[in-house]
Design a protein. Sequence first.
Length: 149
Amino acid sequence: MFWSTLSNKEKIEKYQKVIREKEWCEVSKYIPKNSKFLDIGCGAGHNLIKAKEELNCKVKGIDPSPGEHGVGRYGESKIKELEILKGYSEELPFENKSFDIIFCSHVLEHVNDERKSLNEMNRVLNDNGILIIGMPTASMTIISYFSQY
């Protein structure tokens, strides 16, 4: 009974959205308006939408499985309105110094080569750019674990 209440799509979406909204609230104050914004591991594009709509950023995303995880993976998504490429952080398909902001949340713990991923982020980030990296906390791990069931 307990597991079934945590496993439906609506609850997963609700909890994921709460977590991502809190995260966005904390990091968005460091993102200048009209920036060139890259979300690595963007999933269904939740943060791309926030950056575009709230801060008028020019947004791009990259993910190994676009749209298959994260807020918006269930039901209607705005993913078709976004430029999300299928790819990996270890080989970013962008020109050097292409972005003012790189946002990478809950990604580095999943990559095959952290050093290569960080080097690629450094390569595509402008000299005065901002790199925002988020790593999971114990509470996020527990919520994620339960949301999978």
